[in-house]
Design a protein around this ligand. Structure first.
Ligand code: ADP
Length: 748
């Protein structure tokens, strides 16, 4: 049994002992006794007694004060006042203050009994209080429950709401039941027919169970309400009382609607996307969109029975299995990567895959987005192939930016230019320029490139070593997808060697052509030149056999001789030409007196000049004119000039003069042959020095000739280091002047 805690204020120790003795008769107790008010108050607070016994006659205080302290500190603790003798009036006053009882010492034997009674009373009181308290609390709980119940509870009697909880008011937006009753309830129904339905159901004695109603708040906001109700009917079968509860599911409905909306959004998104979308777990595919099904060629049903790795290319199965398992175990593996998948027909594709974790039908799963990048991969491979080709190409390849700063060069470029890649990247290609490429080339190049047109051409460039070379370049702009120029690319080839070979070849070709031309000319011109004198020889020699007159015979022999001479000269010319062509015709240098040589030649032609009635005069400026030269060259040249002047002059004179001259600091002896003949047109003055060219070719062969004489003459003068000058006017005459160097070194 619990000990009762007594606090006693009594200064008389005998009385304390007396009380102790009295209490011990009945209780298990503890007793604290004090002697003054101050300690009493302290003990009230610290000891907190279950029972107080206080002697009224305690010095410096009294029963009233002591009971007041009790009231203040431990109000419900029983208080018994102790007096010496029976003093009812005094006790009454103290009891008025709140004391429970009083005992005089003379009756102290009643103490235990009184105490017990008081304790029992107090126990009863306490129990009552507790029960009351519990009742209050449970009522409050019930009230709270009802008031805050998510369902709105109500009771309607004779069409009037007699009770409803706060939820009902809140749902419809009313502040009180009165407000609700004053409002026309019909207006709470969106569809008045629904109200009728509910009422007729109740009238027929049925319960309304989970009926979904479209209703409105006081202010007209739409509501979705679930109604449950039953009614009590009166003797006439009219509704007397309705009891029911409402559930506001407006928000639930809204959420449901937005859920439906977001699901349809997801579906539309997934189905209209050009990405494959799949949801899968470790057991199988759970979802796939049509793009993905098309990619792999399986139907939705088939996929629902397949592991995701069943469509992965064997090379990547292990990787994808590992990552999938890690993801579904809540890990965070690499989520974006590329691998190959294999379709139903066995065809493989490269895909770009992005995975994420989701909850699907309440379970953790993975979602994957898939792009078919097969074409991209192929293009990449193609590109790789091409870059290898470019890198390995023997052609120099260079890519620059828009400002012509080098961004890329291939191996061949590095090797050909001699620069290192570090020196090249970021530099301007003008570092290759030798300075000898004409400016116009660059102008044209940039004009083309800036207008988007490729350019082809040659540069004279320079390697790092300083060696010059001919660069054949193909330069073209590179456009982006919008047609904007973003780079310039050049492909170059060192064509120095080719150019040299080409030059050589063209020289050879010219030579061959020349030889061909010579051959044709011989056949056309020469056949005539050979046949005419031969005909003469044969004709006259036949005639001779029939002649008897010696003079006639002599004349004929003279013709034969002339024809023979002409044939001989032609043959000599041919031989000379071929020797000159072969290039093994070196001058034999000796001392010559041009005056003597000229006189000898003039003598040879005197007769033929006379025959044509031409005056042939000679004017040497000195008696001797010595040169170190080649006799044949000089003689043949002069003979030819004289022969021509007689041939192409029909009247007038032929004047030969010898003089000396200096040209470009070089000393020459000059012989000039001037005639009053047919002259040579300006355009033919150059041509006649070429092989087989005759001024008269164009207008019929009035004059005999091979067309070789002047060309041989020019070649002879070349070999001597001299030249021929010509002054002529058609119809007036010509003057040919040969310049013979005073000294010609013989070639060894
Ligand atoms: P050809 O054997 O025809 O004389 P040449 O080479 O000596 O060949 O001369 C070439 C051509 O130059 C001649 O056919 C002739 O038309 C012209 N020619 C040369 N000398 C004279 C000249 N003194 N007066 C006019 N024409 C000349």
């Amino acid at each position: 049994m619990e000990k009762v805690k007594f606090l006693l204020i009594e200064k008389d120790t005998d009385k304390v002992a007396l009380i102790d003795q009295q209490l011990s008769k009945r209780f298990a107790y503890s007793l604290v006794s004090v002697v003054d008010e101050k300690t009493y108050v302290e003990q009230l607070k610290e000891y907190v007694p279950d029972f107080i016994l206080a002697n009224h006659y305690t010095p410096k205080t009294d029963g009233k004060r002591l009971v007041r302290w009790r009231n203040q500190i431990v109000p419900n603790v029983p208080f018994i006042l102790l007096t010496e003798v029976v003093e009812d009036d005094l006790a009454l006053e103290v009891i008025k203050e709140g004391a429970s009882e009083y005992i005089a010492y003379e009756h102290i034997v009643r103490l235990a009994f009184k105490v017990q009674k008081l304790l029992e009373q107090r126990k009863l009181l306490r129990e009552r209080d507790l029960a009351e308290d519990r009742l209050k609390k449970s009522y409050k709980r019930f009230q709270e429950f009802v008031e805050h119940d998510i369902s709105g509870d109500y009771m309607e009697v004779d069409d009037k709401i007699v009770y409803c909880n706060k939820t009902v008011l809140d749902i419809f937006g009313f502040n009180s039941i009165e407000e609700l009753n004053n409002f026309n309830q019909v207006n709470l129904y969106d569809d008045p027919e629904q109200r009728e339905e509910v009422n007729s159901l109740l009238r027929s004695g049925k319960k309304v169970v989970n009926k979904e109603l479209k209703m409105r708040t006081r202010t007209g906001k739409p509501l979705v309400i679930i109604e449950n109700a039953y009614a009590e009917l009166d003797a006439n079968g009219e509704i007397k009382r309705i009891q029911g509860y409402l559930l506001d599911i407006t928000e639930l409905k809204n959420t449901e609607a937005s859920l439906k909306e977001s699901e349809s959004l997801f579906r539309t998104l997934v189905e209209s996307s050009n990405a494959g979308v799949v949801i899968y777990d470790q057991k199988s595919f759970l979802f796939s969109n049509s793009v993905f099904r098309k990619m792999v060629g399986y139907s939705e049903e088939e996929l629902l029975k397949m592991h995701y790795w069943d469509v992965v290319h064997p090379e990547f199965v292990e990787l994808t299995k590992r990552r999938g398992a890690e993801r579904m175990a809540g890990g965070n593996p690499e989520s974006h990567y590329q691998f190959k998948i294999v379709g139903k027909q066995g065809e493989s594709r490269w895909i770009d895959f992005t995975a994420g974790s989701i909850t699907f039908h309440g379970k953790s799963a993975a979602i994957g987005t898939i792009f078919d990048i097969t074409k991209l991969k192929e293009a990449q491979e193609e590109l790789n192939k091409f870059s290898i080709i470019v890198e390995q190409s023997p052609l120099s390849v260079m890519i620059t930016d828009m400002d012509a700063n080098i961004e890329y060069v291939n191996q061949a470029f590095i090797e050909n230019s001699g620069y290192t890649i570090e020196e090249l990247i970021g530099s301007n290609p003008r570092m290759l320029a030798s300075g000898e490429t004409p400016k116009e080339i660059y102008t044209e190049l940039w004009k083309n490139l800036t207008t988007g047109i490729p350019w082809k051409g040659e540069f004279l460039n320079k390697k790092k070593s300083g060696k010059k070379y001919i660069d054949f370049a193909n330069i073209f702009p590179v456009f982006d997808e919008n047609g904007k120029i973003i780079h310039y690319t050049s492909i170059r080839r060192d064509i120095t060697k080719e150019k040299e070979t080409e030059l050589q070849l063209s020289v050879e070709r010219i030579k061959v052509e020349e030889a061909n031309r010579l051959k044709t000319a011989i056949l056309t011109n020469m056949s005539h030149e050979l046949r005419t004198p031969l005909n003469g020889i044969l004709g006259f020699s036949t005639l001779i056999s029939e002649l008897e007159d010696l003079n006639e015979i002599r004349e004929m022999v003279g013709y034969i001789n002339e024809s023979g001479q002409r044939l001989l000269r032609t043959l000599n010319l041919i031989i000379d030409v071929s020797r000159l062509e072969a290039g093994n015709f070196n001058p034999k240098i000796e001392q010559l007196d041009l005056v003597v040589i000229t006189e000898l030649i003039i003598n040879k032609f005197k007769e033929s000049a006379q025959q044509k009635g031409l005056v042939l005069s000679f004017d040497p400026f000195e008696k001797k004119c010595i040169v170190e030269s080649d006799l044949k060259f000089v003689t043949d040249t002069l003979e030819n000039l004289l022969d021509n002047s007689i041939k192409y002059t029909n009247e007038g004179y032929i004047r030969i003069s010898i003089n000396h001259a200096e040209r470009a600091g070089k000393k020459y002896k000059i012989i000039s042959v001037k005639d009053t003949g047919i002259g040579i047109s300006k355009e033919n003055q150059k041509l006649i020095f070429e092989d087989f060219q005759q001024e008269s070719v164009g207008y019929g062969r009035i004059y005999e000739g091979t067309g070789l004489g002047l060309s041989i003459a020019r070649k002879y003068m070349d070999l001597l280091g001299g030249f021929i000058e010509l002054n002529s006017e058609v119809g007036k005459g010509s003057e040919f002047t040969i310049y013979i160097p005073e000294e010609t070194k013989s070639e060894k």
